[in-house]
Design a binder for this molecule. Structure first.
Ligand SMILES: [Zn+2]
Length: 254
């Protein structure tokens, strides 16, 4: 399996490059259920998590991103905890619970880490995976398993994420904006003037499902990565410039 490192200015560019890498270099892999995948091990560094979050080629609309954002809040964790056990079983797992009401003591890992931030510290880590609960299961385990928040200076943090298994095509482009929003909401609520300076995500097994490969093939038939920002861009919309081919966005900012 290839191990790839992706450096991107925006989430849109990160997704574009990730899909391209998996499509080009991905190893065919059959997990312990029927669906085939193409996969890489990926570390993705994103410089700006605020602008150009969603590439127009992602396979869903703004509504789904809004829904994911709502589901990564303390309020959602409380709503989930209030459900009867029968209703809880309708959900695979709840990331908000794992972040804000973790384990039997309902420990708020995000609140505790954020209230305790010390510049340069590498110790502000939270785990979403519960050994006793998730190791004995054969399915419905969290894919996102850990995060770290690092305070870089008085006003900036870097967020690190770790996924054991990650759907690059449909999961990644919804997960990252939602996680960014989830942390920003916590900073706001704690009256901290903190901005996310960058985000680094690692997926041990970052894949495209076979059922999505046709859609990806179609994307690269009609689109190319912009040589400058490396965002998936319709082939017909590239503009020739003195510095070579550019997407309309890059042309505007020249
Ligand atoms: Zn561009």
């Amino acid at each position: 399996m290839e191990a790839v490192l992706i450096k991107a200015k925006t989430i849109s560019s990160a997704w574009s490059q990730l899909i391209h890498e998996i499509y080009e270099k991905g190893e065919e892999h059959k997990p312990d259920y029927k669906t085939m995948t193409k996969r890489v091990h990926a570390t993705i560094y994103i410089e700006d998590v605020e602008n150009l979050q969603v590439n127009p080629a992602v396979p869903f609309g703004a509504n789904l991103i809004r829904k994911y954002k709502e589901e990564l809040t303390e309020e959602y964790a409380d709503w989930y905890v209030s459900l009867s056990d029968d209703d809880k079983r309708k959900f695979d797992y709840c990331y908000a619970k794992q972040l804000f009401r973790y384990g039997e003591t309902a420990y708020n890992t995000v609140h505790a880490n954020v209230s305790n931030l010390r510049p340069g510290s590498r110790r502000h880590v939270g785990v979403l995976w519960e050994n006793e609960v998730h190791i004995p299961k054969y399915e419905d385990q969290p894919c996102w398993i850990a995060y770290k928040v690092e305070l870089l200076n008085d006003t900036q943090v870097r967020i690190y994420l770790l996924y054991r298994s990650w759907d690059a095509f449909g999961g990644f482009p919804a997960n990252i904006p939602a996680i960014v929003e989830g942390f920003k909401k916590v900073f706001r609520e704690q009256n901290l003037a903190i901005k996310i300076e960058s985000l680094i995500a690692t997926g041990w097994d970052t894949h495209i499902y076979e059922t999505d490969l046709q859609a990806v093939e179609k994307i690269f038939k009609n689109n190319d990565l912009c040589p400058m920002c490396k965002c998936i861009t319709p082939k017909h919309s590239f503009i020739s410039t003195t510095k070579g081919k550019a997407c309309p966005e890059c042309k505007r900012s020249m």
